[in-house]
Design a protein around this ligand. Structure first.
Ligand code: GLU
Length: 302
C-alpha cells in the first residue's frame, strides 16, 4: 500500500489580485504540506468566466513564486473540468434532489421584503446574509419546468435541501482551526441554515459549492485549510459529499487578516494587494511577518 501523504491545496479565484489574506492561506497550506511530507496543490477556481482572467492567473503564480512557494503538478483550472461537475450534478438530478429555480436575486429580495411587511417577522437569511430561497417553484409540474426552460427563462439549479437532508443523518466534521485553542473539535453541520443552495447556473454547470466538493475529492485533498469566512459553507459541502459518496477531508478555518479599518480585505483594495506590496519593495519575509508567521520557514521550502 502507498504511504499516506496528506494533500493540501490553495484555491484562489483569478478574479482579482491576491492580498495578505491569500498569502496567509497559501503559506499555511504550503508550510503544513512540506512539514508533513505531503503535497501542495494549486487550484484556480475560475468558473465565473466573466470575471476571471489569464492575467490574474499569471499574477497569482507570480505572487506565489515571490513568496517562495512551489506547487506539485500543474494547477487545476476549474473551467477545464465542467464535465466532472456536470456528472455530479446529473447524479443529484437523477436522485430527484435538484430543481430549476426561476426567481432572480431581486425577486427573492422582494419576496423577503413582502413577507416582512405582511407578517412582521423577517424572512430568514443564510449565513452569508442573503435571504433564503423561497422555493415557490420547488414543486412545479415537469411540463411547466420544461416549457419555461425551453422559452429561455433565466434559471439556476438548486438543491432541494429539505429533501436531501431527509435521507441523511447527522453530519459532522473535524475542525482544527476555528476552535479556541486550535485543538481538534467535532463540529456538527447545520446545512438547513443555507436553504436551497445553487448547484449550477443556466450557462455554467456548477457553482462554488459543487465544484469545490468534486475537486477536493478528485484531487485527493485530505486537509482543507482556508479562511474562517468559509466555515459555515462547510455544512453545505458535507451534504454534497454525503449525497455523492465522496470522502470528507479534515478542515481548518484560519483567522482572517483584517485591514487597518478592522474589515475583511477585499480584492479591489489595491493597497493591500501582494503585487503592490512587492512593487513597493517588500520582501517575502516582510509579508510572512505581516501575517504573523515566523520570518523564515521552520522547514526548508515551507
Ligand atoms: N476560491 C475560494 C476563494 O478564493 C476558496 C475556496 C476554498 O478554499 O474552498 O475564496
Amino acid at each position: 500500500m502507498d504511504e499516506y501523504r496528506p494533500v493540501y491545496r490553495f484555491a484562489p479565484s483569478p478574479n482579482g489580485e491576491l492580498h495578505l489574506g491569500h498569502a496567509f492561506s497559501a503559506l499555511l497550506n504550503h508550510g503544513l504540506a512540506r512539514t508533513e511530507g505531503g503535497r501542495f496543490l494549486l487550484r484556480l477556481e475560475d468558473i465565473d468566466r466573466a470575471r476571471c482572467s489569464i492575467a490574474y492567473e499569471q499574477a497569482i503564480e507570480d505572487d506565489l513564486g515571490f513568496l517562495g512557494l512551489s506547487w506539485d503538478g500543474p494547477p487545476r483550472r476549474q473551467s477545464e473540468h465542467f464535465g466532472d461537475y456536470r456528472a455530479a450534478l446529473d447524479a443529484l438530478v437523477d436522485a430527484g434532489l435538484v430543481y430549476p429555480a426561476f426567481l432572480s436575486r431581486s425577486e427573492i429580495r422582494a419576496f423577503a421584503e413582502r413577507h416582512f411587511e405582511e407578517t412582521g417577522t423577517p424572512w430568514p437569511s443564510d449565513p452569508d446574509g442573503a435571504p433564503l430561497y423561497p422555493g415557490l417553484d420547488r414543486h412545479l409540474p415537469d411540463a411547466e419546468r420544461h416549457a419555461r426552460i425551453a422559452a429561455g427563462e433565466p434559471h439556476a439549479f438548486r438543491l432541494d435541501m429539505a429533501k436531501a437532508l431527509s435521507g441523511l443523518g447527522r453530519l459532522s466534521f473535524i475542525e482544527t482551526g476555528a476552535v479556541p485553542d486550535g485543538e481538534a473539535a467535532e463540529i456538527v453541520a447545520d446545512p438547513s441554515a443555507w436553504g436551497d443552495v445553487v448547484l449550477a447556473r443556466k450557462d455554467v454547470p456548477t457553482s462554488y459549492h459543487l465544484a469545490v466538493v468534486v475537486d477536493d475529492a478528485l484531487q485527493g485533498v485530505t486537509h482543507v485549510v482556508r479562511g474562517r469566512d468559509l466555515l459555515a459553507a462547510t455544512s453545505v459541502h458535507l451534504v454534497l459529499q454525503a449525497l455523492l459518496g465522496l470522502p470528507r477531508p479534515i478542515y481548518h478555518h484560519h483567522n482572517l487578516i483584517l485591514g487597518p479599518d478592522g474589515r475583511k480585505l477585499s480584492k479591489s483594495a489595491r493597497d493591500t494587494s501582494l503585487g503592490s506590496m512587492r512593487a513597493a519593495g517588500l520582501t517575502a519575509e516582510d509579508i510572512r511577518r505581516m501575517v504573523g508567521l515566523p520570518a523564515t520557514a521552520a522547514v526548508a521550502g515551507a
